[in-house]
Design a protein around this ligand. Structure first.
Ligand SMILES: *[C@@H]1O[C@H](CO)[C@@H](O)[C@H](O)[C@H]1NC(C)=O
Length: 415
């Protein structure tokens, strides 16, 4: 190895050594996860989690994750790690999720809690720091939640981020940086980014409409006005409806019996509607009045919106109608590159074989359905042929033989 090679290796080692992984869970030790995760007992009927790679996967072992196993249930499970503060550091939250059941309605997100969470009592109202991940319900809700708790209040992202709604495994990554920028990635690709201040309502607006300013009373904001020199033509007014000139009094009309005959009314082709004067440019037009803005006295900048003091628990607290979602490959780190690499090493390796296996299953199912259909059609064809040949003969006898009349025959035959 030459000198620059050595430097490169050292550099890479340095970068890797600098990254801190706070939490990592891949479910690679069978039932081992049960000692690391705590099921909440806040409710008595939470849905059961099981370890599974699902119906199709890229690797039978690596793709094992936590799967929801009961329909129409709440789920509440969490895992603790050594508490940390993300002050001055990037925070990355990442996991994979697979809705192999063709999810109709249910959560695919995680919650990151303060270390003082009582895991055994975790529930939907437990205060969290961050909620992140997909949420699907029907056709209308297919989004990625990014919710941050700021001073005790949850704030939802103002942008709409669409989530994946197919049945394959996807990686969701949330990056939160100390410069108060963020990024959301799906499958290692950026789908949204921006700043905390722009994309959430953490703080009141920086500027407000000047309460002192008022539109001057003589401010003319009419771009067009009536042309006063324009007058209504004398022949303008015509009735809207006129008697139908083609209508004829029926021959058997009896004025005494039927009353006086009147022709039906029809729209008048000469009717011109209401007259309006021509519009001309308003010589006094001053444009649209813009309310001047001033600094909002309620606004105080906060450079620490991103900061969470004691991050300590990752939880799955969700509702699912149709179960079957698999969560896997959880990672919480302070390093974007490490997270990207981890996604590459997990999802990146198994995504293609997973897709292949799914497609093969679908192809096999399609073939089987076709075979069944063919067999059924053949059977029906055979029956039809029988029916054609024997109609009125054997079939009739068969039927009669099988019913009441036949029953009488049976004992006789047997005797
Ligand atoms: C992850 O994989 C992609 C695609 O192969 C590659 O471009 C990228 O550099 C990888 N990232 C890391 C951090 O290894």
């Amino acid at each position: 190895m030459n000198f620059s090679g050595v430097v490169l290796v050292l550099l890479i080692a340095a970068i890797a050594a600098n990254a801190t992984v706070y939490f990592k869970e891949q479910f690679l030790d069978e039932d081992g996860w049960k000692s690391r995760w705590v099921e909440s007992t806040h409710k008595s009927d939470y849905g059961q989690w099981k370890l599974s790679a699902g119906k199709f996967y890229g690797d039978a072992e690596k793709d094992k994750g936590l799967q929801t196993s009961q329909d129409a249930r709440f789920y509440a499970l969490s895992s603790r790690f050594e508490a940390f503060s993300n002050e001055g550091k990037t925070l990355v939250i990442q996991f994979t999720v697979k809705h192999e059941q063709k999810i109709d309605c249910g959560g695919g997100y995680v919650k990151v809690f303060p270390a003082d969470l009582d895991q055994a009592n975790m529930h939907g109202e437990s205060q969290y720091y961050i909620m992140f991940g997909s949420d699907i319900c029907g056709y209308s809700t297919k989004k990625v939640h990014v919710i941050f708790n700021y001073k005790g209040k949850n704030h939802l992202i103002k942008k709409e981020i669409r989530c994946k709604d197919d049945e394959l495994t996807h990686v969701y990554t949330l990056i939160l940086r100390p410069d108060q920028t963020y990024e959301v990635k799906i499958d290692n690709e950026k789908v949204e980014s921006g700043t905390l201040e722009d994309d959430w309502d953490f703080l009141p607006p920086k500027q407000i409409k000047d309460p002192e300013a008022k539109k001057p009373e003589d401010w003319d904001d009419r771009a067009k006005i009536d042309d006063v020199s324009d007058t209504k033509p004398e022949d303008w007014d015509k009735p809207e409806n006129i008697p139908d000139p083609d209508a004829k009094k029926p021959e058997d009309w009896d004025d005494e019996m039927d009353g006086e005959w009147e022709p039906a009314m029809i729209p008048n082709p000469e009717y011109k509607g209401e007259w309006k004067p021509k519009q001309i440019d308003n010589p006094n037009y001053k444009g649209v009045w813009v309310h001047p803005e001033v600094d909002n006295p309620e606004y105080t900048a906060d450079a620490e919106i991103y900061k969470f003091d004691k991050v300590g628990v990752l939880g799955l607290d969700l509702w699912q109608v149709k179960s079957g979602t698999i969560f896997d490959n959880f990672l919480i780190t302070d390093d974007e590159k490490t997270a990207e690499e981890f996604a590459n090493e997990t999802w990146g390796v198994t995504r293609d074989p997973e897709k292949t296996m799914k497609e093969k299953q679908e192809e096999d199912e399609r073939k089987q359905r076709e075979e069944e259909k063919n067999t059924k059609e053949e059977e029906e064809d055979n029956e039809d042929e029988d029916g054609d040949e024997d109609e009125g003969d054997e079939e009739d006898n068969d039927e009669e033989g099988g019913t009441a009349e036949g029953d009488d025959d049976v004992p006789k035959d047997e005797l």
